[in-house]
Design a binder for this molecule. Structure first.
Ligand code: WTA
Length: 649
């Protein structure tokens, strides 16, 4: 391992940071190690407003099904809204910038009114009650946040489906959750042009669907088809609603939301997060990892359809009473100066984005940051995929003027919030390195065979050895899958521990670097994609006999999708046309985010005698690497040379 340079935190920033140096970090972490329950119980009392106090901090008796803060009652929408009204009612809660530059500043008072009305609409017009599942398929507009908070207010469980998913993907998620209502919009704007969402919803709701009502928020007034009795207009209904809706008294462990994510099978998992533990960690990581202050304006560029948007656009910033920026558009439009122009105009203090976005902004506008006043920035964050040192360097020097801390935050849909990350006022950072566990998180790199922590300089599996408050509570409707997906691979001291699915290493100083997934999940532009899901989609094309999908390093996206396809017919007239048709099926089944970057038609796949596809070999071929694995045990070793020749010549 080559030695990485170290960058000390900006001393000016450290002075007022919540965690000012590594001694304070270690003191906090030791406090958590010494008495885990005192640590978390203390923060839960301090940071959350309870309607009724909790009796126990952590109940592990049904591990891995754990419960935090049992007996406690609260409401997550009250945490995000009501408790701020006395002290900061007229402060901007959501600063919305539309695709075309239109701006809305929504104060906490206004947010309260909008969410209360929305909650009343859900109850009175759509018949939504506590525990019902509500699918949200929305563009990045304030009503998406109102919808989430309105669900939380009445105890309904939201399940947001990213607006880039196709009708088939939406349908699967609706069905799995047996959702009662879909909230969508007539469309939205992208690069100043309208695009449509409603037709996707229409196609996703088949005759036997569990969906009873579709609420349509009017954004761009495109004409949409209307199903009488099922579809209702937000604009028409909202104006008559009362802006007072009593918050439902929720148990600490009542579900807050589901979010479907990819795993190693073809079927996405409905990751379940519950109320108190999730909101506690969302708020605490805003304070510790981004060190957002009361007067700060925080911008996370994610979409609310992903966990990053849930925790760091909506729940985290609002729970702590900050101003959160919500952006409808594309950050490279009209040019790669757009985000820096926004930072300048809104005096944004913390900026949080994905490495893919940084690489694209770097490539398209290397010198753009210089054209704007970015002096308001103090913390820059990255998330979703490993960041490469050149992108990190540009971000640090050109965007952060070598004075902002970069927090390379490592976490997952399942962890609810950050797990491993630098702390901006404390941690000396190394480029492209997630550094250390956030205080309170017992994360270790373990040897999967022995369950022992690996030494500095070694690699292993990134695990979390004790339950944490914002931990996934289950896979919706599938207890067994929850256990086998996360607690099946690593056993420490005789007890299964949570395995993230990622590999990682400690460097010579004990810094953690995440090296990527150890399973068949790939990371395309920071979006998690199961290769099995893409394979299942490709198999729906009627001329496909077999398929294997692997990830291949991609200069901008981090990883691209590479498909090896065995066709049923001996030959095709026009290969390009056939590939286009197969990509067409992917678009219908999953959405454009899963289109293949490369596809080859092969005569067979490398398989063991028991029929298992040797993906490792296919990954090596895709990367252009020499095959070093023993292939003599394959059913037909000759296919390796054939495929290799086709791909690499
Ligand atoms: C990857 C996104 C390296 C990792 C919050 C993880 C990262 C998956 C980082 C989760 C990082 C996330 N460095 N890899 N800082 N952050 N990942 O569920 O493989 O969409 O398992 O959650 O992204 O993706 P998910």
């Amino acid at each position: 391992m080559s030695k990485k340079p170290i960058f000390q935190p900006n001393p000016e920033f450290s002075k007022t940071a919540r965690i000012k140096n590594m001694d304070e970090y270690y003191a906090l972490q030791n406090k958590a190690i010494e008495d885990y329950e005192v640590f978390w119980g203390g923060y839960a009392k301090e940071k959350l407003d309870w309607m009724e106090p909790f009796d126990t901090v952590l109940d592990e008796s049904k591990f891995p099904f754990v419960q935090w803060f049992n007996g406690g009652k609260l409401n997550v929408s009250s945490q995000c809204i009501d408790r701020h009204l006395d002290t900061r009612g007229e402060k901007t809660a959501i600063l919305f910038e539309g695709d075309r530059g239109d701006i809305q500043k929504i104060t906490y008072n206004a947010l309260s009114k909008n969410v209360n009305k929305f909650a009343n609409l859900l109850k009175e017009d759509l018949g939504v009650t506590k525990g019902d599942r509500v699918v949200i398929y929305m563009p990045m507009i304030p009503e998406a946040a109102y919808a989430m908070l309105a669900c939380a207010r009445i105890g309904a469980i939201h399940s947001i489906v990213f607006g880039g998913f196709s009708s088939e993907a939406l349908k699967d998620r609706i069905e799995d959750a047996q959702a009662k209502v879909v909230i969508t919009a007539d469309g939205a704007f992208r690069k100043t042009k309208p695009y449509m969402l409603k037709p996707v919803v229409d196609a996703a709701i088949t005759k036997d669907s569990s969906i009873e009502k579709v609420l349509v928020v009017e954004r761009n007034n495109e004409e949409v088809t209307w199903v009488e009795g099922r579809d209702v207009s937000y604009t028409a209904l909202i104006k008559n609603k009362s802006d007072i809706c009593e918050a439902e008294v929720m148990d600490a462990e009542d579900p807050l939301f589901l979010l479907y994510t990819s795993g190693s099978t073809g079927k996405p998992k409905g990751v379940q997060h519950n109320s108190a533990g999730y909101i506690l960690w969302a708020q605490m990581t805003m304070e510790w990892v981004f060190d957002v202050k009361e007067e700060d304006t925080f911008w996370c560029t994610a979409d609310v359809g992903w966990i990053t948007g849930h925790t760091y656009i909506v729940y985290g910033p609002l729970a702590m009473g900050a101003t959160t920026v919500m952006f409808e558009g594309v950050i490279t439009y009209p040019d790669a100066g757009r985000p820096w122009k926004m930072v300048q105009e809104h005096k944004i203090n913390q900026f949080y984005t994905a490495p893919t976005a940084i690489r694209v902004l770097h490539k398209m506008g290397e010198n753009e940051p210089k054209n704007y006043d970015l002096s308001s920035l103090n913390v820059l964050g990255t998330v979703g995929e490993p960041i490469d040192p050149p992108a990190w360097k540009w971000y640090y020097e050109q965007v952060g003027n070598s004075t902002c801390a970069i927090v390379d935050t490592y976490w997952q849909t399942e962890t609810g919030g950050h797990i491993i990350s630098p702390l901006p006022g404390a941690t000396p950072i190394k480029p492209a390195c997630a550094t250390f566990p956030v205080p309170g998180i017992m994360a270790e790199i373990l040897d999967p065979k022995t369950g022992k922590k690996v030494a500095n300089g070694e690699s292993g599996y990134m695990c979390i050895t004790r339950p944490w408050p914002s931990m996934i509570r289950g896979v919706w409707g599938d207890e067994e899958r929850f256990i086998t997906s996360y607690f099946g691979d690593v056993v420490k001291d005789g007890k299964p521990v949570y395995f993230t699915g990622d590999g990682a290493n400690y460097d010579e100083d004990g810094y953690i670097t995440i090296t990527g997934r150890t399973d068949d999940v790939i990371n395309v532009s920071g979006h998690r994609m199961g290769t099995a899901e893409v394979e299942a989609a490709i198999k729906k094309h009627n001329n496909v006999a077999e398929v294997a999908v692997v990830g291949k390093p991609h200069a901008l996206k981090g990883e691209g999708i590479f498909a090896y396809v065995v066709l049923k017919s001996d030959s095709v007239e026009d290969e390009a046309l056939e590939k286009k048709a197969i990509n067409g099926v992917i678009k219908t089944e999953i959405g454009s985010i899963a289109l293949c970057d490369a596809m080859v038609f092969v005569s067979g796949l490398p398989k063991t005698r028991s029929g298992k596809i040797m993906r490792r070999i296919l990954r090596s071929i895709a990367k252009g690497e020499a095959i070093t694995q023993d292939i003599s045990t394959l059913e037909d070793p000759s296919v390796v040379a054939q495929i290799s020749k086709m791909v690499n010549g």
